[in-house]
Write a protein that binds this ligand. Structure first.
Ligand code: 4AD
Length: 458
């Protein structure tokens, strides 16, 4: 269908005075004595295009006015009568492409995000999702751009796996066998299944990413990861998009530099390419958002050890729900206190106790901690999990044995340490978490088209 995107009507001055065809959905409509007005949106712009109907030209307007109706409009592009810097269309001909009855749930009133979650197929037509999805698209593209410009190789790691990367995570089982109590043991059941052994959806592409980095030097993956933990929080989904660079010949300070540069690249790109969306989020979701992003992009992130963070938490004049002591896993309330109150900016927390981190992290000389870091940001908490990998075969084996892991299942991974092992590091950035940070949207369910969470799958 020949038509012009609404964003082009706004941006191309040369269209003023010409006849144009636009398509879209009615967002609002207003009828007065001689004139009627429709705000049309086609998804290309956060801003709606005003369609002006002179009833002397088009008299039967009732079908065009219902919210949600899809229209094709032919008319002249003119400067707006009220807003000097905008344009509108004086309609000559309007065609209904799809009717929309009164029961359309998105009527004029502002709906709560909770209600909108119950209509995921329609909430995409709200301003909030229009803005979220465009920011998400811009961020995704600029992540590829960042790595491609620096000659990283984009690797597609398997989504179905036989190993559990994090060593302790809950995974979604992949099986073709339905309910049956014919099997005497889990082993017998797995042996009869599609792969002849236990298989699951991958929680991370890291282990395969390391394989690729040991040949290609600098790689990244960008795809879905799956977590079956029953974490019913505003920051967890069971299916999220995961960005995982893996870099050979990089130690912890090198990968921290890369992570900070990537986050700043994302923020600068959103500031440059999504000004309208950011204004919207600043007005409706987080006052001062634009100022925050500008400041984060132009200042250094903080770096603090886990031990220093524990000291700060113990000294804090705050009653935390979960008690704090050296060796404990930090909860969101602790992470947020460190980034929001102590550092007041994004902070890399480094050198965690080895017992609370994964087997593959490089063991520090103190024998107690590992060369790992989480990037914590105000408002969200952890957005990046990062570490230098253990490159020493014996140390890796002892960490795996201490966790009771099956060495046979990780044969390939272990052998990377036999055949030309090198220092290397990588991290995982959750796409939804960085989208929350750059938009100020507080619930992860509202930054993804179809959130998958405990007990909920639309
Ligand atoms: O800290 P995580 O578990 O680290 C890993 O998976 C490493 N293998 C990454 C690596 O080194 N290549 O997860 C990394 C990030 C988290 O910081 C968070 O942003 C995101 O993935 N993430 C989730 N996002 C949404 N919902 C969940 N359930 C998430 N779990 C992790």
């Amino acid at each position: 269908m020949k038509h012009i995107d609404i964003i082009d009507i706004f941006e191309k001055n040369e269209l003023i005075g010409t006849e144009a065809t636009v398509c879209g959905w009615v967002r609002t409509s207003r009828d007065s004595k001689n004139m009627a007005f429709i705000e049309l949106n086609d998804g290309t712009s956060l801003k709606h295009l005003q369609i002006v109907i002179d009833k002397a030209v088009i008299s039967e307007i009732a079908d065009f006015m219902k919210l949600g109706t899809s229209l094709k409009v032919v008319g002249e592009v003119v400067k707006s009568a009220v807003a000097a810097d905008s344009v509108e269309i004086n309609a000559k001909e309007i065609t209904v492409l799809g009717e929309c009855p009164q029961e359309y749930p998105l009527q004029k009133k502002r709906h709560t995000l909770e209600y909108l979650r119950t209509i995921p197929h329609l909430r995409v037509r709200t301003n909030t999702f229009n803005a979220v999805l465009r920011v998400r698209s811009v961020v995704s593209a600029c992540i590829h751009e960042y790595f491609q410009q620096r000659r990283y190789v984009y690797i597609h790691t398997p989504l179905i796996t036989a190993s559990d990367c994090e060593g302790a995570g809950e995974m979604f089982k992949v099986t073709t066998i339905g309910y049956s109590n014919n099997y005497k043991s889990e082993e017998e059941y797995n042996a009869d299944d599609f792969f002849g052994k236990r298989a699951a959806l991958s929680v991370s592409g890291q282990l395969e990413g390391e394989v690729a980095a040991m040949a290609m030097g600098k790689i990244y993956t960008f795809g879905p990861s799956f977590r079956a933990e029953k974490s019913n929080t505003p920051r967890h989904v069971a299916e999220f998009w995961h960005v995982e660079p893996e870099v050979a010949f990089a130690e912890l300070p090198d990968i921290i530099e890369i992570a900070e540069e990537l986050i700043k690249h994302i923020i600068n790109t959103v500031l440059e390419k999504c000004p309208e969306e950011l204004k919207f989020f600043d007005a409706h979701f987080e006052k001062g958002l634009i100022e925050k992003l500008e400041s984060v992009a132009s200042n250094d992130f903080a770096v603090m050890t886990y031990t220093e963070a524990i000291d700060a938490l113990l000294k804090a004049d705050v009653k935390f729900q979960y008690p704090v002591e050296w060796g404990c896993d930090l909860m969101t309330e602790h992470e947020r206190y460190i980034s929001e109150v102590v550092c007041k900016r994004p902070v890399f927390l480094t050198d965690y106790p080895k017992e609370i981190k994964s087997f593959y992290m490089k063991q520090n000389a103190d024998g107690k901690t590992v060369a790992a870091t989480d990037l914590l940001v105000p408002g969200v908490g952890e957005i990046i999990g990062c570490s230098e990998r253990e490159a020493d075969l014996d140390k890796l084996l002892s960490a795996m044995e201490a966790r009771g892991m099956s060495l046979a299942e990780y044969e390939h991974y272990i052998s990377l340490r036999k055949f030309g092992s090198v220092p290397h590091s990588g991290f995982g950035l959750g796409l939804e978490r960085i989208i929350m940070y750059v938009t100020g949207v507080q619930n992860i369910r509202d930054v993804i088209l179809y959130p998958r969470t405990v007990g909920s799958i639309y």
